[in-house]
Design a protein around this ligand. Structure first.
Ligand code: FES
Length: 446
């Protein structure tokens, strides 16, 4: 079949394209990373690219004409996920449409916990009664959770015992390497969840699994690959071998845990949103899970609480000691999938909702993820608006923390009411700082 020549600008990357492939798919195939927040279904309008002279592509479809203005279309601006290649083309990808590396929070407040690792080692100078001979002068590695001898190692290896905990988020993955003898954190590693190329939110990922025969396997491979990469990085930083890790525990929202354990996530997509994970599926042998640590170990995930309230919420409850408190408290986990837990030592109730796409700008014209150039902080100092951007780069859009700051500023200055209602111009306070006043725009709808 005839192939066309396509050049991605500004890097000048030349690739060949089959007729009918979308620009987004062609870019992904060739390692050109594009933002596809809605999962490439033509709903968010965030994958704008510029097709030189509008040549080499099919005419815009209904989704494109709905999301792009006439002026944009006249300039050759198109949606990469909708536009199909029909000839040789030169395509420029603006910075706003490129998938940027996100700023990841990988530190937190540590609560004191009693050290009780799920794995222990015992060196046998003498054989306990009834034990097998192979243990003599060797080290037995035991799972304290399953009361099981995992393996026997030659000689005394009791000085080497590490575990790793992962927070597998929809957008980011963070791993913490812990010395299980001391409880000391030996290293931390973080990266973006590479599944973002299939869409920013869990619904896009579920849809990908439903619509593609190998969707689950593909998404599972992506997350397993990044976990293995982070294991390597953490081990390098700590100066240990991945085989020295004998325990790995992961938590994520319900969808992430399904994708991680290759459990069918389809029932999650429809009412009554049932999780396929149960007690027996919450752990896997390491080789079966494809994780590169000591191959005699188990991979375990935090149990899903119910429906869309996943194991990560259990992590929140444990980390905040919410289950011990006498007073009524509320914990809010604002991730791409958001959860709230309310309660005390007597009772806890939880709920979840899709929060992240809003904070990552999927449906906000100037919204973006927390990457270079995102406004992450806004202050009003001496009546002057001060914006801080990630890496001090020139501003490109607002990330979640910037949006929250912007909203706080609007509420504090009486432009937006506590209810979220935006006031009319006639209702605005008379003492509004001039710098804010001149930035207010009135549209035909107010
Ligand atoms: S419109 Fe193309 S990724 Fe959303």
């Amino acid at each position: 079949m005839k192939k066309f020549k396509v050049v991605f600008q500004p890097e000048g990357k030349k690739v060949s394209a089959l007729p009918g492939i979308t620009i987004a798919a062609l870019a992904a195939e060739n390692g050109v990373r594009l933002e596809v927040p809605c999962g490439a279904v033509g709903k968010c309008g965030k994958c704008r690219v510029e097709v030189s002279k509008g040549e080499g592509v099919v005419p815009p479809d209904a989704e494109e004409t709905a999301l792009l203005s006439k002026e944009e279309l006249a300039k050759g601006i198109r949606l990469a996920c909708r536009t199909k290649i029909s000839g040789d083309a030169v395509i420029s990808i603006p910075r706003t449409s490129r998938l940027q590396t996100q700023k990841i929070l990988d530190i937190g407040i540590q609560t004191e916990v009693k050290l009780a690792p799920a794995v222990k080692k015992i060196f046998f100078k003498e054989l306990p009664k009834g034990s097998s001979n192979e243990l003599l002068n060797n080290t037995g590695v035991y799972s304290t959770v399953d009361n099981e001898l995992l393996t026997v190692e030659k000689g005394d290896t009791t000085s080497i015992l590490y575990g790793m905990a992962f927070d597998v988020g929809t957008t980011t993955v963070v791993g913490t390497l812990v010395d299980l003898k001391t409880g000391i954190v030996a290293a931390t590693a973080a990266d973006m969840n590479p599944q973002v190329v299939y869409g920013d939110d869990v619904i896009s990922r579920l849809n990908f699994c439903i619509e593609n025969k190998n969707g689950l396997a593909e998404l599972n491979k992506k997350v397993v690959d990044v976990i293995n990469k982070l294991i390597r990085e953490a081990c390098e930083e700590a100066g240990i071998m991945p085989e020295s890790i004998y325990d790995i525990i992961l938590c994520g929202n319900t969808t992430m845990e399904h994708l991680l354990l290759k459990a069918d996530p389809k029932p999650l997509a429809t009412y009554p949103f049932v999780s396929m994970l149960n007690q027996s599926m919450n752990k896997k042998r390491v080789p079966e899970a494809g994780i590169n640590i000591n191959q005699k170990s188990y991979v375990r995930v935090f149990p899903v609480i119910g429906g869309w309230v996943g194991g990560d919420t259990l992590g929140v409850i444990l980390a905040t000691n919410l289950y011990k408190t006498a007073h009524m408290k509320l914990a809010i986990d604002i991730g791409t999938n958001g959860e709230v837990v309310l309660g005390n030592k007597d009772r806890l109730v939880a709920a979840s909702c899709a929060a992240g796409p809003a904070f990552e700008g999927a449906h906000i014209r100037s919204g973006m993820r927390a990457s270079k150039g995102a406004i992450e902080k806004i202050d009003l100092i001496d009546d002057k608006i001060i914006c801080q951007t990630i890496e001090n780069a020139s501003p490109v859009g607002f990330c979640g923390s910037g949006l929250i700051d912007a909203m706080a500023l609007l509420v504090e200055n009486g432009i937006v009411e506590d209810t979220g209602r935006i006031k009319d111009k006639s209702e605005l306070p008379a003492n509004l700082p001039a710098e804010i006043k001149e930035k207010l725009i009135e549209h035909e709808n107010g």
